[in-house]
Design a protein. Structure first.
Length: 175
């Protein structure tokens, strides 16, 4: 059986493609999905920056705190432990004034010498200040007696570039 070819069959074949309405609907769906994705991803980037600032804050505070922790309790306490701790039954009295005793930054030898240390202070054994290394951060160190004169409360306040103040504290006992 032979098929008869009509001259009109060539003009009636269906062509594939998109209509104008399909293109408009596709662009609308694509634009809505892009807006939703960017509104979900951009806040995540802000949170990543905040987290990085907090990690750098902890790094700064812990470096200062570790240095303080390695020093003796008081000016009147023997660094080698030969004399009993100050204010103990057989020991001498603890110092009454907290803060540096005239030493330079590299010669701080007891916990309370760090009182007043700030972002403009020199780093240990360095010509750089904390401000030069930790750009945009603020640092304040305070040392006060705690539980009478038996302990010293060390408070390190670090302000991030975003203005968030994070406080780190440690208690150093007189032993």
């Amino acid at each position: 059986m032979a098929y008869k070819l009509s001259p009109f069959n060539a003009f009636t074949t269906k062509k594939s493609g998109f209509t104008l309405i399909e293109l408009v609907v596709g662009m609308l769906v694509l634009s809505i999905s892009i807006v939703l994705m960017t509104s979900m991803l951009l806040p995540q980037a802000d949170r990543a920056v905040e987290t990085l600032s907090r990690v750098r804050s902890a790094e700064l505070a812990h470096s200062v705190m570790n240095e303080i922790w390695g020093k003796r309790f008081d000016e009147n306490t023997d660094p080698n432990g030969g004399i009993p701790a100050c204010n103990s039954a057989a020991g001498v009295a603890c110092s009454t004034t907290l803060g540096p005793n005239g030493e330079s930054r590299n010669n701080f030898n007891d916990v309370d010498d760090f009182k007043g240390l700030n972002i403009s202070s020199l780093m240990l054994d360095s010509n750089q200040t904390y401000a030069e290394v930790y750009l945009g951060y603020e640092l304040e160190v305070d040392v006060s007696y705690f539980n009478g004169q038996a302990e010293k409360l060390i408070t390190v306040d670090v302000t991030t570039p975003a203005g968030e103040v994070i406080t780190y504290q440690a208690v150093r006992s007189n032993y």
